[in-house]
Design a protein around this ligand. Structure first.
Ligand SMILES: Nc1ncnc2c1ncn2[C@@H]1O[C@H](COP(=O)(O)OP(=O)(O)O)[C@@H](O)[C@H]1O
Ligand SMILES: N[C@@H](CCC(=O)OP(=O)(O)O)C(=O)O
Length: 375
């Protein structure tokens, strides 16, 4: 069956730790070579540009150091990543080198994606690498990534990489051949779903946790990564890295694994970034009239609609927009600092008429909830 894939496209391929390590958790040269050979074939044929998001630093480091994952501290895990990342890249460099392909390494944290300027720099770097026939290889910067700035799993990192690099397709390679109606390791009667048009609550509920000792997140993180990607117009495939010629077949439009269809009317890139990039640095509580203006009339948020300012933030910060019951109805970039806005709200509430300073969040810098989803 054909999935109707476009033929000039950019593809982000994520390989999980389980896809490139052996049964002892060490890097498997054979498995890595299989992935590299396919990416190299795609790149050389000019059929599509490829970006690799590879896990495996922690597994490789633990393997080299002989440490046991079950009984290590966070600093030890980060130390293992520091050791393993060089090993991982050294191996990729050698394998791609055998195919006459140069690779470039990008180590990212959530902060890099949250900051619009850094986001643009990452985009430009990736596009420049691709333009020069270089394969970007992305991983989380595990040694600096403390909880607040962590992706935590490479599935979300991969979907944001697809967003940053304006890719048409995201392939999540793992140790199972797609999404099943339940975790096949626990439920023998589970069956594979081959196509998904909408990621409903039911779909989210069938996804369980990691299936191997080296994996993080399992299907749960893959589904939420898929959700973010399809919303931005990116098709997502979850497939097994063990499947023969899996990437080449996906590139040819063959139905392999589980395909999540991109939303037909995707969000603009900037709005996608706004949803998935920055964490809100504060909250603006807005009145019912303002909620209506944002949701029904697709307008900007004006000063008279702001009832209360929560948090301490600078102008240009992304803030949550909440109604009077505390329900978040949107997210946007504020034109005022918390302090100035608070002052303006109080002056207005005391009866002062304020001209020329009324636009708090411009429509283009805002996403609002439509039928339960930010859009
Ligand atoms: N509904 C489901 N369908 C398929 N696999 C599932 C499901 N729920 C949980 N899993 C588990 O998710 C695992 C893959 O995720 P994970 O171990 O994190 O791999 P990776 O290292 O590739 O990210 C599978 O081995 C499987 O046991
Ligand atoms: N950044 C970590 C990967 C964490 C992760 O998401 O792992 P996986 O579930 O195997 O994709 C590493 O390189 O070990």
């Amino acid at each position: 069956m054909e999935h109707g894939v476009k033929h000039r496209w950019r593809m982000v391929v994520k390989v999980g730790s389980s896809s490139i390590t052996d049964h002892r958790g060490r890097l498997s040269l054979e498995k890595m070579r299989r992935v590299v050979a396919q990416l190299a074939a795609l790149q050389k044929s000019g059929r599509c540009q490829v970006i690799l998001v590879s896990s495996g630093a922690i597994a490789a480091g633990l393997g080299k150091l002989g440490w046991n994952r079950a009984s290590i501290t966070l600093p030890e895990k980060q130390a293992a990543a520091a050791v393993g990342q060089t090993l991982l890249m050294e191996t990729y460099e050698r394998l791609f080198g055998q195919e006459d392909i140069v690779v470039g390494q990008l180590l990212l944290t959530r902060l890099d994606i949250e900051d619009r300027k850094r986001f643009v720099h990452i985009r430009n770097t990736i596009l420049t690498l691709l333009h020069n026939g270089i394969v970007p290889i992305v991983n989380e910067n595990d040694t600096v990534a403390v909880d607040e700035i962590r992706f935590g799993d490479n599935d979300s990192l991969a979907s944001l990489t697809a967003l940053v690099s304006e890719a048409e397709r995201l392939v999540l390679l793992t140790d199972i051949d797609g999404l099943y109606t339940g975790d096949p390791k626990a439920d023998a009667s589970a069956t594979r779903l081959s196509e998904i048009w909408e990621i409903t609550r039911e779909i989210e509920s069938i996804a369980g946790g990691a299936g191997s000792s080296v994996g993080t997140g399992g299907m749960r993180t893959k589904i939420s990564a898929a959700k973010a990607a399809v919303q931005s117009g990116i098709d997502v495939v979850i497939a097994s890295s063990e499947e023969s010629r899996v990437l080449l077949r996906i590139a040819d439009g063959e139905a392999v694994g589980t395909l999540f269809h991109a939303r037909p009317e995707p969000l603009a890139h900037r709005k996608s970034w706004l949803i998935h990039g920055p964490q809100p640095g504060g909250v603006l509580v807005i009145d019912e009239g303002a909620v209506q203006a944002l949701v029904a009339q697709a307008g900007s948020l004006l000063l008279p609609g702001v009832m209360q300012v929560q948090g301490d933030f600078q102008e240009g910060t992304t803030v949550a927009l909440a109604n009077t019951t505390g329900h978040v109805v949107g997210k946007g970039i504020t034109n005022f600092s918390a302090r100035d806005l608070d002052t303006l709200v109080h002056r207005r509430q005391s009866g002062e008429r304020l001209y020329n300073v009324t636009e708090v969040v411009h429509r283009n810098n805002m996403v609002v909830l439509e039928g339960g989803v930010l859009g």
